[in-house]
Design a protein around this ligand. Structure first.
Ligand code: OXD
Ligand code: MN
Length: 590
C-alpha cells in the first residue's frame, strides 16, 4: 500500500470541516503518514495483507476458512471498559447517575495530553462512515481517525465506509468526530470519552471493538441516543428480526438484551423442524434506530453493516447460519487454534493446540478461546440476511422485546399491558453480567432496556423520551419481556433456547394479530401453557408450567428493588413511572 495521503475525491467536493479536523488531529498526533479510506474491497485486502506481513494477523486454514484471519489482542484488552467510559456534558445531571461523568474541558485537556505525539511513526487512518443505508434519511454519518489498521479493517466491515459516506457528509454538513489511538495499550492510560453536545468521541489506550470501533457503541448508541432525543427517535441496543409465519405474513421484532445474551443467535434463528412454514430474516443483530413513521407505526433501521459477534458456543446445532457465515471472509479475535490452523472455540468438536494468547493450550489456564472472543463479518455473508436490510425506509416493528439473563424470578415471557407499562417493564430489567465487559461475571445488576452501558444521557430523561415517543404512535408495537435463562434447583436451564425461542416469538406474533390467548398474571399478560406451541419438543408439562409461573413473593421483592433503583433518579423520574410502579404492586397483591 502506498503512503496514500491522497484524498479519495477532489478536495473541492470534500467537507471543509472534515479536512480541517483531520489536519488539526495530524498536527496534534504527529503521524508518519495519513491514509484516507475509500472503502473499496481492494483497500481492505491490501490492509489485511500488510497486517499478515507484519505478523499482526494470522491467515487461517485457506481450505476450510478461505480469507479468514486471526487477531490476538493484548491480554489486558479483551472487553469494554465501563469504568473508564465517560459522558462529558456541561451539566453532570444531564449525564445522570447511570454514567461516569467528567467536565468537558477537563476531559479535553486530559485527552489532548494523551494524544499529543501519540501517532509518531504510525499511520493515521481517516475512515468516513455512514451508520445506516447511505441513501436513508434515518442514517447519520461520522468520521473515525485511528492509528490501528485492525480497527480500520474492522470499521470497513462494520459500517458503510468510504467515498459515499464522504459525499453524504458534504451534503449533510454535519458528522460525528471520533478520534482513536491505541496509545501504548496501557490500562492506566485508557479512557473512552463522549461529548454529546459536540457530537464527538475521544478514545485512547484500547483496541477492543466496543472501545475502539467508534461507529458502534460510542456513536450508534451513546451519541445517537442523545441525537435521537433531540430529533424525536430512539437509538437502542436491539436486534431486528423479520419472521414470516406459515400464513406468509412477515412481522418485524426489535429485541433488547444485554451483551452476550444471544442477540446474534436470535437474529439468525433457525426454525425447529417441528414448526414448518416459518422463515427468519435478519435485519440487525445489535443496534436499532427506531423512528415514528407517518403511518403511526415505529420503523427501524440497522445502523451497522456487519456483525461483531461472540464466538464461543457457535456451532452447527446452536446457530447453523452463523456457523456457515463465519467460514469465509471473517476476522476472528482471540479464538484458539487447531493443529492445522483452523479457529477453535468452546462448543466445537476437535482439539485446540494453541490458546487465544498463542500459548500451547493447557486446560489448567482456563478456556482455550477467550469467553469474549469475537467474529467480525459483513452482514451480507449471513444466509438469513433480510432483503430489506438496506431499505432506506427501514422495516415496521410489530413487537419490542426486553430480555435479561435471570436464573430465577422472571418467567419465560409476558406482555406489558400497553406502551406505558412497557416502558416500566424495560426500565425494570435486570440481568447477570457477562464477559463482554471487564468485571465480575454472573452478578445480577439493573440494566434498563439493556442500555445501562450505552445510554448517552440521564436515564430519567431517557424514559421520559420513551413515553413521549409512545404517545406519538397511533399503532405502537406491543411490548414483551422474555427470559431464556431460567434454571431449576440443580442449576440446569429449563428452556432449551436457540431455535426453540421461535415458539415464544410465534405467540407474540399471534398476540399482535389478535389471535393468541393470555391471562393477567399480576405482572402483565402471560400465555397459558396451551398458548405456546410445543409440538415436537421434549418439554415436560410441569417444566412449561414452571417457566410460566410467577412467584408473587419473589416478584414483590423485585418490585422493591426496582423502586429503590428508580428512586435514585429523584425528581427527574417521570411521575407516570412512579404511579405505574404502585399500580404494579397493587395488581400483584390481587
Ligand atoms: C457488543 C456488546 O459487543 O454489547 O455488542 O458488548
Ligand atoms: Mn451489544
Amino acid at each position: 500500500m502506498s503512503t496514500a495521503s491522497a484524498l479519495p475525491m477532489p478536495m473541492s467536493q470534500l467537507s471543509r470541516a472534515v479536512t480541517e479536523w483531520v489536519e488539526s488531529v495530524r498536527q496534534l498526533t504527529q503521524p508518519a503518514e495519513v491514509h484516507w479510506c475509500d472503502g473499496t474491497p481492494s483497500e481492505r485486502h491490501g490492509l489485511i495483507a500488510e497486517l499478515v506481513h507484519d505478523g499482526q494477523l494470522l491467515r487461517l486454514n485457506p481450505e476450510q476458512f478461505p480469507d479468514c484471519h486471526l487477531y490476538r489482542s493484548h491480554p489486558d484488552d479483551v472487553a469494554r471498559v465501563e469504568h473508564l467510559t465517560y459522558i462529558c456534558t456541561r451539566s453532570q445531571a444531564d449525564a445522570g447517575p447511570n454514567n461516569n461523568w467528567m467536565d468537558p474541558q477537563a476531559a479535553h485537556a486530559k485527552m489532548r495530553e494523551l494524544f499529543r505525539g501519540a501517532m509518531r511513526g504510525r499511520r493515521l487512518y481517516v475512515i468516513p462512515y455512514c451508520m445506516g443505508p447511505v441513501d436513508s434519511p434515518l442514517a447519520r454519518c461520522g468520521v473515525e481517525i485511528t492509528d490501528s489498521a485492525y480497527v480500520a479493517v474492522s470499521m470497513l466491515i462494520m459500517t458503510h465506509a468510504g467515498r459515499a459516506a464522504l459525499q453524504r457528509i458534504a451534503h449533510d454538513g454535519t458528522f460525528v468526530r471520533g478520534l482513536h489511538s491505541i496509545g501504548e495499550l496501557d490500562p492506566d492510560r485508557r479512557f473512552i470519552m463522549h461529548f454529546p453536545e459536540e457530537l464527538s468521541i475521544e478514545s485512547f489506550g484500547s483496541g477492543y471493538g466496543g472501545n475502539a470501533l467508534l461507529g458502534k457503541k460510542c456513536h450508534a448508541l451513546r451519541i445517537a441516543s442523545w441525537q435521537a432525543r433531540a430529533e424525536g427517535w430512539l437509538a437502542e441496543h436491539m436486534l431486528i428480526v423479520g419472521l414470516r409465519n406459515p400464513r406468509r405474513e412477515t412481522h418485524y421484532i426489535a429485541a433488547a438484551f444485554p451483551s452476550a445474551c444471544g442477540k446474534t443467535n436470535l437474529a439468525m434463528l433457525i426454525p425447529p423442524a417441528s414448526l414448518p412454514g416459518w422463515e427468519v430474516f435478519t435485519v440487525g443483530d445489535d443496534i436499532a434506530w427506531l423512528h415514528p413513521g407517518a403511518d403511526g407505526r415505529l420503523w427501524a433501521i440497522n445502523p451497522e453493516a456487519g456483525y461483531f459477534g461472540v464466538v464461543p458456543g457457535t456451532n452447527r446445532q446452536t446457530n447453523r447460519n452463523a456457523y456457515e457465515m463465519i467460514h469465509r471472509d471473517t476476522l476472528f479475535t482471540n479464538v484458539a487454534l487447531t493443529a492445522d490452523d483452523q479457529p477453535w472455540w468452546e462448543g466445537l468438536e476437535g482439539t485446540p493446540i494453541t490458546d487465544w494468547q498463542g500459548r500451547p493450550y493447557d486446560p489448567a489456564r482456563g478456556p482455550a478461546a477467550h469467553p469474549n472472543s469475537r467474529f467480525t463479518v459483513a452482514a451480507e455473508r449471513n444466509p438469513a440476511c433480510s432483503p430489506h436490510v438496506n431499505d432506506p425506509r427501514g422495516v415496521p416493528i410489530s413487537a419490542i422485546v426486553f430480555g435479561g439473563r435471570r436464573r430465577e424470578v422472571a418467567p419465560l415471557v409476558y406482555e406489558a399491558r400497553d406502551w406505558r407499562h412497557g416502558v416500566l417493564v424495560g426500565a425494570s430489567m435486570a440481568s447477570e453480567t457477562t464477559a463482554a465487559a471487564t468485571g465480575e461475571v454472573g452478578v445480577v445488576r439493573r440494566d434498563p432496556m439493556a442500555m445501562r452501558p450505552f445510554c448517552g444521557y440521564n436515564f430519567a430523561d431517557y424514559w421520559r423520551h420513551w413515553l413521549e415517543v409512545g404517545a406519538r404512535l397511533s399503532r405502537p408495537p406491543r411490548i414483551f419481556q422474555v427470559n431464556w435463562f431460567r434454571r431449576d434447583l440443580q442449576g440446569r436451564f429449563l428452556w432449551p433456547g436457540f431455535g426453540e425461542n421461535l415458539r415464544v416469538l410465534a405467540w407474540m406474533i399471534e398476540r399482535c394479530g389478535g389471535r393468541a390467548g393470555a391471562h393477567d398474571g399480576g405482572i402483565g399478560l402471560l400465555p397459558r401453557p396451551a398458548d405456546i406451541d410445543t409440538r415436537g419438543m421434549s418439554l415436560e408439562p410441569e417444566t412449561l408450567r414452571a417457566l410460566l409461573s410467577v412467584d408473587a413473593e419473589l416478584w414483590r421483592h423485585e418490585l422493591d428493588e426496582t423502586r429503590t433503583y428508580l428512586e435514585q433518579y429523584g425528581e427527574r423520574l417521570p411521575e407516570q413511572m412512579r404511579i405505574d410502579l404502585k399500580k404494579s404492586a397493587a395488581a400483584l397483591a390481587g
